[in-house]
Design a protein around this ligand. Structure first.
Ligand code: SAH
Length: 212
């Protein structure tokens, strides 16, 4: 996600450790302690400005949500949303998804959302795609027995790549849509990019991936 660089973002993030957890490795295996209620944990990887995670948290107060975003200038927009409307079932992480296994224990996560992840169309950037082999292996260890991944994208190339990658890593694909907004439930919580692309009439692809 492209935004104007905000040199003050880092200081603002550090000033709010109650919302942006500063040492996530120390919470590995005990994330429930940061939330007032023990309930299933869902993570959005590459959260962007937080519209989805805050919308989901309002709609599902019986779930704890963590939004992970490595660009500080983007994450502060999600932080602003929480400062304006505090949501006790949301926390943010200013970290890189490649280190997820350092932050979450095996089976600690129920759902991982990958929404409009950067497509990285060049083959030499394949390793950066959030459905690249190394990411899928990590997600698999973090997911609980009933856990799964939910992916949405406007990018056909990334969608095709992700289906193959899920399949290569032993995931079962369910609930596929090649036109989520054309056929689906209009009450779904939309991400920033989802709103932008679907308003332009672009198709949104969606699927779930369940470890076998
Ligand atoms: N989910 C949002 C934003 C999508 S843009 C939406 O649908 O509107 C993808 C976001 O993922 C960008 O903001 C980018 O900074 C973030 N991102 C990409 N790779 C990441 C990684 N390895 N770790 C954390 N965030 C990542």
């Amino acid at each position: 996600m492209r935004v104007r660089h905000k040199p003050w973002a880092k200081d603002k993030i550090e000033a709010h450790p109650n919302w942006v957890i500063s040492d996530p490795a120390s919470m590995k295996g005990s994330w429930q302690k940061v939330f007032p209620v023990e309930q299933p944990l869902h993570i959005e990887v590459g959260m962007g400005k937080g519209q989805f995670i805050t919308g989901m948290a309002k709609k599902h107060p019986d779930v704890n949500f963590i939004g992970m975003e490595f660009q500080g200038s983007v994450l502060v927009e999600a932080l602003d949303k929480l400062l304006e409307t505090p949501l006790e079932n949301v926390r943010l992480l200013h970290n890189n998804a490649k280190d997820l296994a350092e932050y979450f224990a095996e089976g600690e996560v129920e759902v991982i959302y990958l929404n409009f992840s950067d497509p990285w169309p060049k083959k030499r950037h394949e390793k950066r795609r959030l459905t690249y082999s190394s990411f899928l292996e990590t997600y698999k260890t973090l997911l609980s027995k009933e856990g799964h991944i939910e992916l949405k994208t406007d990018n056909q190339g990334l969608f095709e790549y992700s289906l193959e990658s899920f399949s290569d890593h032993g995931f079962i694909i369910r609930n596929v849509s090649l036109d989520l907004h054309g056929t689906g439930d209009l009450s779904i919580v939309k991400t920033e990019y989802e709103e932008k692309f679907s308003n332009k009439g672009q198709r949104i692809y969606r699927c779930e991936a369940w470890p076998k």
